[in-house]
Design a binder for this molecule. Sequence first.
Ligand code: PEP
Ligand code: MG
Length: 555
Amino acid sequence: MDSARTLHGTPVVPGVGYGRVVRPAPAPDLPAAQEVPEAERPAEAARFSAAAEAVAARLSARSAASSGVSAEVLQATAGLARDRGLLATVAERIAAGADAVHATAAAVDQFAGMFRSMGGLMAERVTDLHDIRDRVVAELTGQPEPGVPVPDEPSVLVADDLAPADTAGLDPALVVGIATRLGGPTSHTAIIARQLGIPCVVAVPGVDELPVGVLVLVDGATGAVEVEPDAAAAGKAVRQAREERAVTDRWTGPGRTADGTRVEVLANVQDGAGARAAAGGAAEGAGLFRTELCFLGAEAEPTVEQQAAIYAEVLAAFPGRKVVVRTLDAGSDKPLAFAGMPDEANPALGVRGLRIALDDPGILERQLDAIALAAERTGATPWVMAPMVATVSEARFFADRARARGLVPGVMVEVPAAALLAERFLAVVDFVSIGTNDLSQYTMAADRLSPGLAVLTDPWQPAVLALVATTARAGLAAGKPVGVCGEAAADPLLACVLVGLGVTSLSAAAAAVPAVGSALGTVSLDACRRAAEAALAAEDPAAGRTAARAVLDGS
Ligand code: PEP
Ligand code: MG
């Protein structure tokens, strides 16, 4: 391999990491299948149960030693290893004569097929299922546990893609950078790396060829992965990034540009605990409360009282501050058992988000009742917004129902149709919030969860930025707020560009808030506008980043 070669990918968590390449241990080998004699099948079943429980217990222990999203991801993966349906399917296969290893592999295949056909978030869980299979097979056959090794010196983790359980258990003191061949800005790898503050670049072609032990420098702001860089230069880059990080971490808000333009910097939350954690940090409020994430496991629709209790917790975390509650975004990547979606060939383009309520407004009306009840109990005046809105009459349908309950109505701009006609939408609602994750998916006709399409679903795509610009112009003309609450708002450089396009608030994962607010504080509105023009004029996301950085660094 050439020295000082540089690979390029999609940057997802800014910062610089320098260290030797480590890789996850490969999946265990599968021994040849054997038919288990009938008399030995109960013992084989017991051997499987013990292995599955050992794997689940290890994941639970790692969950207990972590916090936040990491702890949740590990606990969810442990839950899969204890899933009654999966355990019963393995047991049935063992009872029919399969050995424990092959019964596990076959049952996981069966469940993976089911999850894949459900699409969206369920399809993402296929990675977790394979992870569980590999851990159980390793346990049964005495092979090393697959996954990320615990390095004995600060290292850069390089992989094809990372299983959620691998990323969730990472120690940022020892894993100082991550580079993956696959994965997009909204992949598990990106979300966990962001939470842990580990510099991360995804979708890096050629990264799979890097040998273990080679020194690399990962730059999570530019997307560069430099192979065997000059040691002195690498050391300097790391020190500089550390100093910048120390400045960033001291940022406490409120958000404004260097020349004083106010831009609210808010947090995305999903429950009371997350809201309290965000409120304890630099976030000025919550720009996106994803209510559907509270009910992913619920079999039946939660009662108005149950919902109100959860919503009140979130509202109470931000007394006197802004909270934007998004009504249930069920369907596609976030199916809810009680929201009754039809079986669809293409759920991302099907009945999801507000569309569910159009034929059957009951769920929406009860949710709005619950939000109004929570508002009354906490003395808050929450803003509410509907996801997946495509027409002005849908926006009106929602706004009428929200206003009838004293709530401030808005809609998400996730469908190009809403961006193109933002002016007309803003005539019927009080604000809009741009969901760049879905807006990128629908603008570029590229599945946001597809690991191979990260360049297309990158919110730096000029076409996506052009729709943000159209929406922001409409907001300015109407004198109404236009926020961004997709992952784009978590990227400090892009955040400046969004402000330059005319966006009035940014809402990001709580861990990204200080870096976004701090970056904004170093640039003028005029520089943001020039950076925005440069990014809009660029041919592709990589050129857009370079052009915007050149403007902002020189400003
Ligand atoms: C988005 O689409 O950008 C968004 C914020 O909503 P979600 O990621 O929950 O679909
Ligand atoms: Mg969305």
